[in-house]
Ligand binder design. Structure first.
Ligand SMILES: NC(=O)c1ccc[n+]([C@@H]2O[C@H](COP(=O)([O-])OP(=O)(O)OC[C@H]3O[C@@H](n4cnc5c(N)ncnc54)[C@H](OP(=O)(O)O)[C@@H]3O)[C@@H](O)[C@H]2O)c1
Length: 353
């Protein structure tokens, strides 16, 4: 076991926000990483973290960060790796400044997600896309690098789609999401707008859901990522759930498959052994539920410490081929934990040496 002093020092940008707080919570006892800097906006910079942050999560704010001073979100910082939980509009400049200054940035924002030379990464799904970092280096000349995580709802959808695509090919998908309030950040929506309500609009979300799975399912060819041809139609809704996004998928496959074969594909999804050994890796990234009324965000978002996507209601579809429901914890697997797993993969594959 590594001693505390040999841990890699990391910073959290957007440390006071919904995702930033999750980073702080998850990194408290991380075996490889240690929080050495926190950053926020001009609202928080200069304050102690405990004074700048309205702690929202279960349990107390970790004592080690409570008295740390929140820094402006700019290099230099006494760290090697930067986790970014910044809004996309400010992340564009800030993340590039860090990469330019030699830091490795693991980002949750969408600022660089769609660039051809930036991996949008889920280790269990497309670890080979890390090869894009060579293209990034060649094109941008940064001594550092940016690796992004997908949108939280994409993460919930793409696990079953990947298992199906590997065996049968996924031609078309109808996707309807019911997304938790915490997905809108803190303080998020006014209570009176969301309680007793469903809001059938989340700005920019549907475009992300129609594009991101195609990137994640894409294949590497001569150092470039070729997007999957899958066509996706998405409808995104905000619902009065605190954490955990629910996604209903109807899927048309390229090859005919019996429901039992699909079940087998979901239960036996294969992923690289070195990723299974990373500290934050779940034992199973996908859990197939057989009960009629599962998965539910309240019951299933915490599966495998919030790292497993729960899938259920697998059945035939009279219009496309099959239907299923997926639940993902949006601030854990869909954000901070997913990003930490990305950083662990970068370390394991030698990018932080
Ligand atoms: N919430 C989710 O479920 C989720 C899931 C996946 C991805 N994401 C993405 O993760 C990012 C953070 O989301 P969130 O939900 O955590 O948002 P949030 O709760 O609104 O937090 C935003 C954070 O960014 C900081 N910030 C805002 N403007 C800044 C600026 N100009 N300079 C430096 N820091 C600034 C804020 O600091 P102050 O408090 O100091 O103002 C706060 O710490 C977004 O890109 C979001 O799309 C969110």
């Amino acid at each position: 076991m590594e001693s505390k002093n040999s841990k890699i020092k990391v910073a959290v940008l957007g440390a006071t926000g919904m995702v930033g707080q999750r980073f702080i919570q998850l990194l408290e006892n991380h075996p490889w990483f240690e929080v050495a800097a926190l950053a926020g906006s001009s609202r928080s910079a200069g304050k102690k973290y405990k004074d700048a942050c309205r702690w929202y999560l279960e349990g107390d704010m970790p004592a080690a960060v409570a008295d740390m001073q929140v820094l402006p979100a700019a290099p230099p910082m006494p760290v090697q790796l930067v986790f970014s939980a910044l809004p996309a509009d400010v992340a564009v400049d800030i993340e590039a400044e860090f990469a330019q200054a030699g830091y490795t940035v693991c980002s949750n924002s969408s600022a660089y997600r769609y660039d051809e030379d930036v991996p949008i990464l889920i280790p269990e799904i497309n670890a080979e896309h890390l090869e894009l970092l060579e293209l990034q280096k060649a094109q941008r000349g940064w001594p550092g690098r940016i690796v992004t995580s997908p949108n939280c709802t994409t993460t919930g959808a793409v696990f079953p789609l990947k298992a199906l695509d590997d065996l049968f090919g996924v031609e078309k998908v109808m996707l309807v999401s019911m997304q938790a309030v915490s997905g809108a950040g803190y303080p998020g929506l006014p209570y009176l707008s969301i309680i007793d309500n469903v809001i059938p609009f989340i700005g920019g979300e549907e475009k992300k859901l129609e594009l991101e799975p195609r990137l994640l399912l894409g294949k590497m060819q001569a150092g470039q990522r070729i997007s999957a041809p899958t066509v996706i139609s998405a409808q995104a809704n905000r619902v009065a759930v605190s954490d955990g996004h629910t996604i209903c998928l109807s899927v048309k496959l390229n090859k005919t498959a019996e429901i039992e074969e699909v079940k087998h594909a979901l239960q036996n999804y294969a992923w690289p052994q070195d990723i299974q050994e990373l500290p934050s890796a779940p034992k199973l990234p996908m859990i197939l539920r057989e009960e009629d009324d599962r998965p539910q965000p309240h019951l299933d978002r915490g599966a495998e410490n919030g790292m497993a996507v729960s899938i259920g209601r697998l059945r035939a579809c009279p219009i496309l081929d099959l239907r299923l429901v997926s639940v993902v914890h949006n601030t854990l697997r869909g954000a901070a934990s997913g990003s930490i797993l990305n950083a662990e993969l970068l370390k394991a594959r030698g990018y932080l040496d």
